[in-house]
Design a protein around this ligand. Structure first.
Ligand SMILES: Nc1ncnc2c1ncn2[C@@H]1O[C@H](COP(=O)(O)OP(=O)(O)OP(=O)(O)O)[C@@H](O)[C@H]1O
Ligand SMILES: [Mg+2]
Length: 270
C-alpha cells in the first residue's frame, strides 16, 4: 500500500552521502562487516563480556533478522554497527569506512547520513510536532536545502498515510502511528541502511504486520535492513536470520545473497 510513494526516496543528492571522513578499508567486499568484534563492559561488579568474537557480513539489499534471548548481545551488535558504542577489539567496516576508528565528532553526522535507527519505544521527541521530528535529522546533518525539508517531511508522512497528523505531538498518536513516524524519521536523510531494535515489540499483531510490510517494501526499494525481533513470524519472512547466544552468533538461516559491490552506501540499487 505504500509502494507508489517510494520512488520519492531516490530523489536524493547522493554526493551528500560521501564525506571525506576517516579511514577507508578497500578490502571489504560487503556493505557491513564485523570482524572478530569483542565487547567487554567494565562495571563496578567487574568486567562483563557481551560480545565474544562476532563475525558478520551483510550485503546491500539484505533483510536480516537478529534473534536470541534477552541479554544475548543483540542490541550490543547493533550499537557496534551504528557506532553508538565501540568494540573493545575487532573491526566494524561499513562500505569501506572503519567505524571503530571514527572520531566522536565525525560519528554523529556520518551516522545521520548513512544509518536510520528505529527503536522499540519509538523515541520521538515529545515537545516537537510529528513534522518537526521528521525534519530534525535533515536539520542536524544539513541534508537538503532548508526550504525543501518541510516538503520532504510531508512526503514521507504521506508515504505512511499520516499527513493529517503532521502538527500533532507524539503523545497524541497511537503506538502504531508513533512507530510509523519513527520509521519515516529514520528515512529522512535517505540512508542506505536501516537498523531497527524490536520495532514491533510494543505493537499489536495487526499493527506489527503493517509496520513489517513497510520495512519489507523498503528492502524492495534497495534498503538494507537489520532488525532485532522476538517475533518468529517475522523471522520466517525475512531473507536471513542469525541467532545470538552469550555474545556469539550460533546459527544462521536463509539465503546469503551475493550482491554486486556496486550496491554500496549512497548507491541504492533500484
Ligand atoms: N552499558 C552496559 N554495561 C554493562 N553491561 C551491559 C551494558 N550494556 C549491555 N550490557 C550487558 O551485555 C549483555 C548484552 O546486552 P544486550 O543489550 O546486547 O542484550 P539483548 O540481546 O539486546 O537483550 P534484550 O533482548 O533484553 O534487549 C547483557 O548481559 C547486558 O546486561
Ligand atoms: Mg536489546
Amino acid at each position: 500500500m505504500y509502494k507508489k510513494y517510494f520512488s520519492f526516496l531516490h530523489k536524493v543528492d547522493q554526493s551528500t552521502h560521501e564525506s571525506a571522513l576517516v579511514d577507508k578499508y578497500e578490502d571489504s567486499n560487503h556493505l557491513i562487516e564485523l570482524r572478530h568484534v569483542e565487547k567487554t563492559y567494565h562495571t563496578d561488579a567487574g568486567d562483563f563480556t557481551a560480545l565474544r568474537g562476532v563475525d558478520l557480513q551483510v550485503n546491500a539489499g539484505e533483510f536480516l533478522a537478529i534473534i536470541g534471548k534477552s541479554g544475548s548481545g543483540k542490541s550490543t551488535i547493533l550499537n557496534m554497527i551504528t557506532g553508538v558504542d565501540r568494540p573493545t577489539a575487532g573491526e566494524v567496516v561499513i562500505n569501506g569506512t572503519a567505524v571503530h576508528k571514527m572520531q566522536e565528532n565525525q560519528m554523529a553526522v556520518w551516522r545521520g547520513r548513512n544509518i536510520g535507527i528505529v527503536f522499540q519505544f519509538f523515541q520521538l521527541l515529545p515537545t516537537l510536532s510529528v513534522l518537526e521530528n521528521i525534519m530534525l535529522p535533515m536539520d542536524f546533518c544539513n541534508t537538503y536545502r532548508p526550504n525543501e525539508r518541510q516538503e520532504r517531511a510531508m512526503s514521507l508522512l504521506k508515504m505512511v498515510e499520516m499527513t493529517g497528523q503532521a502538527n500533532k505531538l507524539p503523545t497524541e498518536l497511537s503506538g502504531g502511528q508513533q512507530q510509523r513516524v519513527a520509521i519515516v524519521r529514520a528515512l529522512a536523510n535517505d540512508p542506505p541502511i536501516i537498523v531497527a531494535d524490536e520495532p514491533t515489540g510494543n505493537l499489536d499483531s495487526k499493527t506489527a504486520d503493517a509496520v513489517f510490510s513497510l520495512f519489507d517494501e523498503l528492502v524492495g526499494r534497495g534498503k538494507t535492513i537489520l532488525m532485532v525481533t522476538h517475533d518468529s513470524d517475522i523471522e520466517r519472512r525475512v531473507g536471513r536470520s542469525i541467532t545470538v547466544a552469550d555474545g556469539e552468533i550460533v546459527n544462521q538461516t536463509g539465503d546469503y545473497k551475493i550482491f554486486n559491490q556496486a550496491s554500496t552506501v549512497g548507491g541504492n540499487p533500484s
